[in-house]
Design a protein around this ligand. Structure first.
Ligand code: BES
Ligand code: ZN
Ligand code: ZN
Length: 491
């Protein structure tokens, strides 16, 4: 998708079809010209409504407000509505909220995210044909926008939305086509393209690093595990950030096998790791002035004679012993070792991990929202805020001492599941916290993306399949840190 930015009014620029976003409060403007037709079509400018006036080459899309989230959704809906049509180019005016160019960025993101479809396995492709989008800086509120500032937002939007779609592609790829070694190759290829360092640890090195819990989870799979480490290291970097992702290329549950209905979509259990790859891509392309390290534990959780078992006791990289009572709680085992490894390799100002860790997170907050956990309220709030600024939903879940006791083990240092059915997202987070060392304990946040990572019924700017959850939220947060001079430690 190419974007052209111009100061010319929409009427004077080329584009086979004009997209017109109508906000409830904005009825008087452009809307006037087709008012009768729109009324006849039953279009009432609500969010998620679209009306294609094919003879006029105009597409009207409703937006609840001029807020970025609503404009992003409206733009995504426009592209969805044009799927299957023959239009190749569109034109659109700019809709800013009091001249703020973030809404322009949101609109561009919406076009790219809404135009996405995954058709690798379809014989007959039905990809969006829209290739050219001309954006006029003509603005309904008649504010004049600085074209350079606007161009910068368009550029950023393209990088971020493309990175999100890159993540979506990885997650949507089937487990037989995307197993740990493939994930590592994708990381290496991407690193080469955008100028990141990339190292990949194979089983021999993983054993040397004493990542025995990760190796145990991987044992029954015919695909060997990998740990990927990507580095973005600009000169005079302000901060050092570590990202860690759960990359379960398939989660069958292991010997604690998932029921048939629950196993479908478990190709998406690599969403955290895939998000880390997407974030690193965007960080490199934006060339953010901060040092960022991305670690991914790429593993397949299968069954077989060599599988790890409930009743096993595993020793994690930091020496802690873990009683296994359920092999389906494997993500936390993989993350335990990768978190330890990441802390050994990098002394970071902040550590964020991304994982489709628990069904309990989906039960707790619904399938649109990520759960943010950790020991530092300020960092949790920072993630929640930046997620919202980026158009993702996130909410903080608080740890507590009582739930902490439920992961105690009679025979080992900690148990991999809780002794209660409730609060499973939090107990999983508290399990991870056992593998964060003292130095980092209040610099870490755990982001459970189990809800929004995979979309079965399209919503917002997310078509069916992987959403790329985590990418926009973290890039926004990293952009924010890159602007800051000082980090406030402790909260
Ligand atoms: N990958 C799953 C969590 C998951 C569930 C992600 C639904 C996305 C959608 C994870 O490995 C898992 O199976 N967790 C168990 C933990 C339980 C055994 C304590 C779960 O959530 O049931
Ligand atoms: Zn599992
Ligand atoms: Zn899992």
């Amino acid at each position: 998708m190419n974007f052209e930015l111009t100061v010319l009014p929409v009427a004077d620029i080329s584009g086979e079809l004009e997209v017109i976003i109508v906000v409830d409060t904005n009825l008087k403007h452009r809307f006037v010209q087709d008012k009768k037709l729109l009324k006849k079509a039953g279009f009432s400018c609500g969010q998620d409504e679209t009306c294609l006036l094919i003879e006029k080459n105009r597409l009207y899309v409703g937006a609840g407000s001029l807020k970025s989230t609503d404009i992003r959704r409206a733009a995504a809906n426009a592209l969805k509505a044009l799927k299957g049509t023959k239009y190749k180019s569109i034109k659109v005016a700019t809709y800013t909220n009091k001249g703020c160019t973030y809404t322009l960025r949101a609109m561009i993101e919406g076009f790219i995210l809404g135009g996405y479809s995954f058709e690798t396995y379809k014989s007959k492709k039905n990809k969006s044909r829209i290739k050219e989008i001309s954006v006029s800086l003509e603005e309904y509120s008649e504010l004049t926008l600085d074209i350079e500032k606007a161009a910068e937002q368009v550029h950023k939007a393209q990088i971020i939305a493309d990175a999100t779609n890159f993540t979506r592609d990885i997650v949507n790829t089937t487990p037989d086509d995307c197993y740990p070694d493939v994930m590592a190759s994708i990381a290496e290829g991407m690193a080469e393209d955008v100028g990141l360092e990339c190292t990949v640890l194979k089983p021999k090195q993983l054993r040397r690093e004493k990542m025995e819990t990760l190796l145990a989870v991987a044992r029954a799979s015919r695909h060997n595990p990998r740990v990927i480490h990507l580095t973005h290291k600009p000169k005079n970097a302000k901060h050092k950030i570590t990202l860690v992702g759960k990359g379960l290329t398939y989660d069958s549950g292991g010997l604690s096998l998932k029921p048939a209905d629950y196993m479908v979509t478990m190709k998406s259990d690599k969403s955290g790791g895939s998000a880390v790859l997407g974030i690193m891509k965007a960080v490199a392309e934006l060339d953010l002035p901060i040092e960022v390290h991305g670690f991914v534990g790429a593993v397949e959780n299968m069954i077989g004679g060599d599988a790890y078992k409930p009743d096993d006791v595993l020793v994690a990289k930091n020496g802690k012993t873990i009683e296994i009572r359920n092999t389906d709680a494997e993500g936390r085992l993989v993350l335990a070792d990768v978190l330890c490894y990441a802390q050994q390799e990098v002394k970071a100002d902040y550590i964020f991990d991304f994982a489709t860790l628990t069904g309990a997170s989906v039960v707790a907050v619904g399938h649109y929202t990520s759960s943010i956990m950790g020991n530092n309220k300020e960092i949790q709030n920072l993630v929640v805020r930046e997620a919202q600024n980026a158009g993702e939903l996130a909410t903080a879940l608080d740890f507590n001492d009582y739930l902490k006791k439920t992961i105690k083990s009679e025979i080992a240092d900690v148990c991999n599941i809780s002794n209660t059915r409730y609060g499973g997202a939090i107990t999983a987070g508290q399990f991870l916290s056992e593998f964060i060392d003292k130095k980092h304990i209040d610099r870490w946040a755990h982001i459970d993306i189990a809800g929004p990572a995979f979309v079965e019924h399209p919503w917002g700017e997310n078509p069916h399949g992987a959403s790329g959850a985590g990418v926009r939220m973290m890039v926004k947060l990293l952009e924010k840190l890159a602007q800051e001079k000082e980090i406030h430690q402790k909260g």
